[in-house]
Design a protein around this ligand. Sequence first.
Ligand SMILES: Cc1ncc(COP(=O)(O)O)c(C=O)c1O
Length: 401
Amino acid sequence: MRATGEASAKEIAHWRADTPGCRNVIHLNNAGSSLPPQAVLRAMEDHLRLEAEMGGYEAAAYARQRIAQFYPALGRLVGAEAHQIAYAGSATHAYNMALSAIPFQSGDVILTTDDDYSSNHIAFIALTQRFGIQVVRVGQREGQLDLEAMETALKKHRPRLVAVTHIPTNSGLIQPVAEVGKLCRTYDCWYLVDACQSAGQLPLNVNEIQCDFLSATFRKFLRGPRGAGFLYASDRVLHEGLAPLLPDLHGATWLSPDEFRIKPDATRFEYWEIPYALQLGSLAAVEYALAVGLETIRDRVQSLAAYCRTQLSHIPGIRVLDEGTALGGIVTLWRENGRAQRLQAHLSQGGINTSVSMRENALIDFDRKGVDWALRISPHYYNTSGEIDILVDKLMALSEK
Ligand SMILES: Cc1ncc(COP(=O)(O)O)c(C=O)c1O
């Protein structure tokens, strides 16, 4: 079996030629931080040079029209409108901005899942400690979020917020976020989706998902820079006046000594200081992903990941950990008598980038699977099945020692 997805050899060669990092490494850590294409690199370099040559504020004014294109481009990526998009410093920044806007009262429930991102769980626990909020978690059934249990919990707890991570950081699972969205509309609660691993990996449409907020980063499957993310906020959020707990002079206007007015659009979730080189690099990354096509990307990523799982399953002592009805581009494995960092270092010495998740990154999932670490292999559309073969050969050689 070979993995091709829907792409032709010519397209793959073009994507690789356009990606300087492909000349140096076999990069299978796209769920960590992807290799950017030339266009992203150039957009950032050009703006940094402009800042150095004419001054930071002046460069921002000069590039104003191009910077403004960030918002409609992100709108095209997630099926939203420009006024519903905010720039953020990271996915967690975007997520916490949204979380801080939910009008929680003591006793309110946040309904989430066993597979949500660890920082999100930490934020929920922090909210329980400070504001007396309760967290209820729903687990899996037959390899994905248990939607029946979700509905039962919605009926029972009437949560203020439902929060679901679309693709967990530590497994191939794709959660049924649109089905959860339908339930949220029926039971009338706020709905926050962490799309950090799905943005750039799958087509996303906020109208199908029916979420109120969606947060993501650029550095992962979108192939943008580090230190950049975005938030989508629905018109319901904007019209009902939800705003971050601590807006600044960019998100709000100071009207009188004791009064401010929040901005009408989603930029109320931004802070004034924006690294424009990163924002322009992010814009270039989104335009690049849209030009490649999100369906093409999804098919190719899933095909490479499926190929990788099949090949790994033939290696003695290796257990592929991914379970799910719908599997995405994150492949996780555990190795008998193995040590996570040693395995990663062995691959790294062979020019292969992967990453490691430890138990504290995926507490509930790893306890359920009976492991305390996993090696994460995350191909992107510019990777090849030949690169996966090299990885598999290295792991096979290790198992024969
Ligand atoms: C599912 C998920 N959510 C959120 C994050 C956090 O993203 P950031 O580091 O940009 O805050 C990650 C990072 O790995 C992630 O995998």
